[in-house]
Ligand binder design. Structure first.
Ligand code: ATP
Ligand code: MG
Length: 279
């Protein structure tokens, strides 16, 4: 076990203002990606680059294609057309459609994390909290029982869960605790890219704020790149360097989050932003 894989190690160089320094080569590159369910609904002609350490939020109304985009980019659903390129550790930038299923599975287990809206979909509810975290480490080859327990305990503490709950089943946790456990399970293997679909939407407003704070801190400390789907512009404001706005399956506006929220150009984005201001 890599004891340095202990939590909190920031492995990424930081530039001025604490922003990650940009490697000129993107970590992920999406080109003219179309994924429909029935030839009509889904997402169409999506293109963007994501650099290491960068957080991108995808916002838009219900049914605008946000989850479809996320599942297509993360190879959980096949593309109709276009391509997704990823900067793999061993082969550099590669078209993900050229990878075998086995390599793709390995990539999803090691380099990527998936945080689901409902923690139950991302956790194994029948095994303990500690096992939920340790399982991911074991999948990448860590076997030492004492180390697994120690790292799992450290992660519980980092996620503000009492370490005494290590052997409890996630079913006995509150919704907010389950979501924090799901995040720990995903981050313990130090992925470079995390996909999150509405990570705070199923929680009470009071719990959402604390979880968002924690997420922001983790993303920053670990230098993670993330694609976060949300219908909540406040989530984008807090977490994302850049934002994509979707409507009817298409990206209608994209850019730096502050610019998009402070000076929206597309009429639909203007409507989204003004509806928040009025509420
Ligand atoms: N499994 C599916 N089978 C058929 N159509 C689907 C499926 N999933 C999504 N769609 C359709 O694709 C379109 C986009 O849906 P998607 O779930 O991507 O939207 P969304 O922006 O994530 O919405 P929400 O905010 O409600 O989660 C919708 O018209 C939806 O009906
Ligand atoms: Mg969705």
């Amino acid at each position: 076990m890599n004891l340095q894989a202990d939590i909190g190690a920031d492995v990424r160089p930081r530039g001025v203002h604490g922003q990650p320094e940009k490697n000129p080569r993107p970590l992920l590159s999406v080109r003219d990606m179309t994924r429909t369910w029935d030839g009509v609904h889904g997402c169409r002609d999506v293109s963007f680059d994501l650099h290491a350490g960068e957080v991108l939020c995808v916002v838009g109304e219900s049914g605008s294609g946000k989850s479809t985009l996320l599942s297509a980019v993360s190879c959980q659903a096949p593309l109709d057309s276009g391509s997704v390129w990823y900067d793999t550790r061993d082969q550099g930038l590669i078209d993900l459609s050229s990878l075998s299923q086995a390599r793709l599975r390995l990539l999803s287990r090691t380099d990527w994390g998936f945080v689901r809206q409902h923690a139950r979909d991302g956790l194994r509810m029948q095994v303990s909290a500690g096992a939920n975290i340790a399982e991911r480490l074991m999948a990448v080859g860590d076997r030492h029982y004492g180390d697994l327990r120690r790292v799992a305990g450290n992660w519980l503490a980092k996620m503000e869960i009492d370490v005494g709950r290590l052997d409890d089943a996630p079913a006995s946790f509150s919704g907010g605790m389950q979501q924090r456990l799901q995040i720990a399970r995903n981050l313990v293997t130090h992925p470079r890219l995390v996909f999150m679909d509405e990570p705070t939407a199923s929680l009470d407003v009071s719990v959402q704020a604390r979880l968002l704070d924690l997420l922001r801190q983790l993303v920053n400390d670990l230098g993670l790149a993330a694609i976060v789907v949300t219908h909540d512009l406040a989530v984008a404001r807090l977490l994302a360097h850049r934002t994509l706005v979707m409507r009817g399956g298409a990206v209608v506006e994209s850019g730096l989050t502050d610019q998009i929220l402070d000076d929206p150009q597309h009429p639909y984005t203007q409507l989204l932003v003004s509806s928040i201001l009025q509420s």
